[in-house]
Design a protein around this ligand. Structure first.
Ligand code: PLP
Ligand code: ZN
Length: 366
């Protein structure tokens, strides 16, 4: 197992304390899980049932609330049957706990006592929650526009909160200075986070009887869910557990769609865009550091992008509320995306999507 730089090809030991390459490039983890399905079925229904697929060496370092294995629920979106992963039902209220559980377990394994992270809210909430459990000191940088409930949550987990005025990108810049001296538990840079979010793919396949969906719809900002899912499906395919990997359809808010616009142009790197305000604050990322990887993953899957309007998102948020799903406004984006894309979908295929965040910490009257 090693850390590999996709820009220059350098590699580093997986137990080296670092979050990017000396050349400044992004690091990925070179890791092939080995396991047998027989042992998994008798384990507790948590994401850690895929223990051999999670790159933590020593069980004693696992930081977990027995999270995961969330329900996969049947819904109908504009007449299309869809299976929906209920990932708002995590300890901190978003799927980001998948990544935080693995990343903070790795931090513990590395003997780290202090981490820093930047976030529009949910990643900070997740990292601070797992740091509280692991008794690791935690500093979280957030834009001062983040929802109050998320800010309170982060502070009540015992983290130090640094509110940065300006955009989400200003927050990302501010944290880099802190990350010179403190371990950067970044959900966008740190590859261990993605080896947590990948468990969503394992769970989807197991809940479908160890079959891959045909198509999955995921929201995309920094791509922690989309890229994690792509890793998970690729691993299951490589091990020989599934026979094909699904098409990835990535959903962005039209008001902040740097990857979608690039994809529609045939470009391989995200476009420089002027971000406009959006209901989907959780995916309002104008400069995703892994943007080129996101576009590549969608292309490799023969997938697609879809952008959604503010009105469509508000409409789907209202519809979901009325069906008893108290979700974050950001989480309405994939439903609007499915509806927008519905004429290109085959009803007989297995279509899966995901609710990413809980309404109790970010809501909107619609
Ligand atoms: C983080 C997040 C997403 C998707 O995030 P990426 O930035 O692509 O990792 C979607 N919904 C919610 C509620 C989130 O917090
Ligand atoms: Zn490099």
């Amino acid at each position: 197992m090693k850390l590999v730089c996709k820009s220059c090809g350098a590699h580093y030991a997986a137990n080296e304390v670092r979050w990017r390459c000396d050349c400044g490039g992004l690091l990925d983890l070179d890791f092939v899980p080995k396991f047998d399905l027989g042992t998994i079925s008798s384990r507790q229904p948590t994401m850690w049932r895929y223990r051999e697929a999670i790159p933590i060496e020593n069980d004693g370092n696992i930081v977990s609330f027995n999270e995961g294995f969330t329900p996969l629920v049947d819904m109908e979106i504009d007449g299309i049957p869809v299976k929906v992963k209920n990932d708002h039902l995590f300890p901190s209220g978003s799927y980001k706990d998948r990544g935080a559980s693995v990343l903070i377990s790795k931090a513990k394994e590395l003997g780290i006592r202090h981490v820093v992270e930047d976030s529009s809210g949910n990643a900070g909430a997740a990292i601070s929650t797992y740091c509280a459990k692991a008794r690791i000191k935690c500093d979280i940088y957030v834009p001062d526009s983040a929802s109050t409930a998320k800010l309170v949550q982060i502070e009540m987990m015992g983290a130090r909160l640094f509110k940065i005025s300006g955009s989400r990108e200003d927050t990302a810049h501010a944290v880099l200075a802190a990350a010179e001296n403190i371990y950067y538990a970044s959900h966008s840079w740190n590859p261990f986070f993605f080896h947590g979010t990948k468990t969503v793919a394992y769970e989807m396949c197991e809940q479908l009887g160890w079959r891959a969906p045909d198509v999955i719809f995921t929201p995309v900002g920094n791509g922690t869910l989309l890229l994690g899912a792509a890793i998970g499906f690729a691993e299951l395919f490589q091990i020989g557990i599934i026979e094909k990997t699904p098409r990835l359809v990535a959903v962005q808010a039209a008001n902040c769609a740097p990857c979608a616009e690039a994809f529609f142009n045939g470009d391989l790197v995200p476009l420089h865009i002027e971000k406009k305000p959006t209901l989907a604050e959780g995916i309002a990322v104008a400069q995703p550091v892994r943007g080129a990887q996101i576009i590549q993953a969608v292309r490799d899957s023969h997938g697609d992008f879809v952008t959604v309007t503010e009105d469509d998102m508000a409409g789907w948020l209202r519809r979901l509320y009325h069906q008893g799903y108290y979700i974050e406004p950001t989480s309405a984006a994939v439903f609007a995306g499915l509806a927008t894309y519905s004429s290109k979908l085959d009803k007989n295929q297995t279509i899966v999507t995901i609710i990413t965040g809980h309404g109790l910490k970010a809501h909107k009257k619609v």
